[in-house]
Design a protein around this ligand. Sequence first.
Ligand code: AHR
Length: 309
Amino acid sequence: LVLSALALSVCSATAWATTVGFAQVGSESGWRTQFSESVKAEAAKRGIELKFADAQQKQENQIKAVRSFIAQRVDAILLAPVVETGWMPVLREAKRARIPVIILDRNVALNDDSLYVTRIASDFTEEGRIAARWLMQQSKGQCSIIELQGTVGATAAIDRAKGFNEVLAQYPDAKIVRSQTAEFTRAKGKEVMESLLKAENGGKGICALWAHNDEMALGAIQAIKEAGLAPGKDMWVVSVDGVPDYFKAMADGDANATVELNPHLGGPAFDVVGKVLDGDKAIPKLIRTTGGLFTQDTAAAEYEKRRLN
Ligand code: AHR
């Protein structure tokens, strides 16, 4: 019995899947950094050699990274795509080289789903709905909203906007009055918010900021303060991710709510790598991660729990 258990563990795919390439979007947000750390830590824990490529938010860099992983004959590729379109040719190359590809987080738009094993991701549309429902409840359905969108063409931006707008459509006295991309970064969040506030009479009639991620919201909070308004009081602030800095902002009263996005994708990703290399044919095409709404009530305690992780 002991021997067969030993044989099983020696044969398990994660034991011989020594090299995995990871084409990551970049390091645009605190959430993204947590996600990269999770994959690196999990690879180290399992004795897997990880080839990590930071694409600096550029799809062409990611495509180059995937091609280089193929040339190096890695055992599997993890791809966290910047945008949805444009993946067909390089994923065909990976398939021809018989290298399994696992999609993490944002989606890829393909008409051939045999080009990847599975996608591990949260439901971005539902995140948008949760944020909007919360805001409509607080504002009693009467609200002029500024929206900071994520990267153009990225699933997290497309679907969050879709979910939010779906709920908003039920409230005739609520509308998005200004909307612009700030590329998921804190610096752009501040810069874009400054210009949108100027265009909206200093933000006086604005009821809420809806940001597609915490990082942009944190930048925008600065801009709101510099415009002489109190974020979290004069203007509701709601976003997505649940990074420690944003919990701090909620605890300080500068932000109101966030929908958590789980960054711990390393474990599930390498579980799938193990299964696929073991020949498992029953892996579902979509593996969902879950999150929930967090508000100021629990922010201080959550910040203490999360700040050192
Ligand atoms: O794709 C997920 C989004 O990407 C996160 O919400 C954001 O922080 C990151 O840049």
